[in-house]
Design a protein around this ligand. Structure first.
Ligand code: B1M
Length: 210
């Protein structure tokens, strides 16, 4: 089995130590951080997600897989962040209220920092009010929201409403991402842009800040 397949397989089994040692081996052998992330870690996470949906595995298995994902992410994070010089603009990010999923949102934060943006990460289960309050306090010009649950994604609409009520729409722009949302959903709820992955989030932020 090649090393990338092994990362994915160990992640699915929730073996955080093996994911870490395989990730290290892959980096040492010259495989790029992006390949490890997309073809190893994210690939494994998608498989565990499908098995969870099909009731082949249960919540503790998903939790262990998430822990293993973080074990790999910790090692590639410094490479993805690279320079770490943050001066191109400020963006507030977080996972919307009611939702505890934070792996994708954290990846978005890592990629934005790597591209030179100052990222204020509010974590998960963030209320619409908090997003706006912190953006105003810090002078951030973009709010980036992540959602993984269909049951709580509608909370993102509240951010748009608050910005409109406070005459801040156009001054503070909004981006959403996460598995259940789409371009269509972004336009339905009045969000400026939808982004499909962490790399694309960087392109969208660049476009909005241009
Ligand atoms: Co949960 N979970 N989970 N879960 N979980 C999903 C989302 C689910 C699709 C699984 C399934 O049924 N197949 C399902 C949601 C179904 C639905 O809403 N219709 C689900 C469920 C049901 C639940 C619970 C309700 C289960 C329960 O308790 N019965 C519960 C909810 C808890 C809560 O939030 N209130 C729950 C809990 C958990 C864990 C805690 C065990 C764990 C999260 C750990 C953590 O995040 N720290 C977990 C996990 C790991 C998943 C899956 C398996 C993987 C998610 C993930 O991290 N993917 C997920 C199934 C799946 O998505 N395939 C699932 C990897 C990550 C890199 O991808 O987050 O999509 P993703 O991010 C991508 C893009 O979407 C994008 O960029 C990233 C890639 O570059 N992106 C953005 C994301 N945010 C962005 C923001 C942007 C731009 C791009 O701009 C701001």
């Amino acid at each position: 089995m090649d090393i990338i397949n092994s990362i994915s397989t160990q992640l699915i089994s929730g073996n955080d130590k093996d994911v870490a040692s395989d990730t290290k081996k892959a980096l040492d052998s010259g495989i790029s951080a992006e390949t490890i992330l997309n073809d190893g870690l994210i690939m494994g996470m998608n498989i565990i997600g499908d098995r969870f949906r099909d009731h082949e595995v249960f919540l503790p298995d998903v939790l262990m897989a998430a822990k293993a994902m973080y074990a790999g992410m910790e090692l590639i994070k410094p490479i993805l962040i690279k320079s770490g010089i943050s001066s191109r603009g400020k963006i507030v990010i977080g996972t919307i209220q009611g939702d505890l999923h934070d792996i994708g949102k954290n990846l978005v934060g890592i990629m934005l920092k790597g591209a030179g943006y100052e990222v204020i990460d509010l974590g998960h289960d963030v209320s619409p009010e908090k997003f706006v309050e912190v953006a105003k306090e810090t002078g951030a010009t973009i709010i980036g929201m992540s959602a993984l649950l269909t049951t709580t994604m509608a909370n993102m609409k509240e951010v748009v409403k608050i910005l409109k009520n406070e005459n801040l729409d156009g001054k503070i722009r909004t981006i959403i991402g996460g598995a259940p949302v789409s371009d269509q959903y972004a336009s339905d709820i009045g969000v400026d842009k939808y982004s499909f992955d962490a790399g694309n989030a960087v392109d969208i932020v660049k476009e909005l800040m241009a």
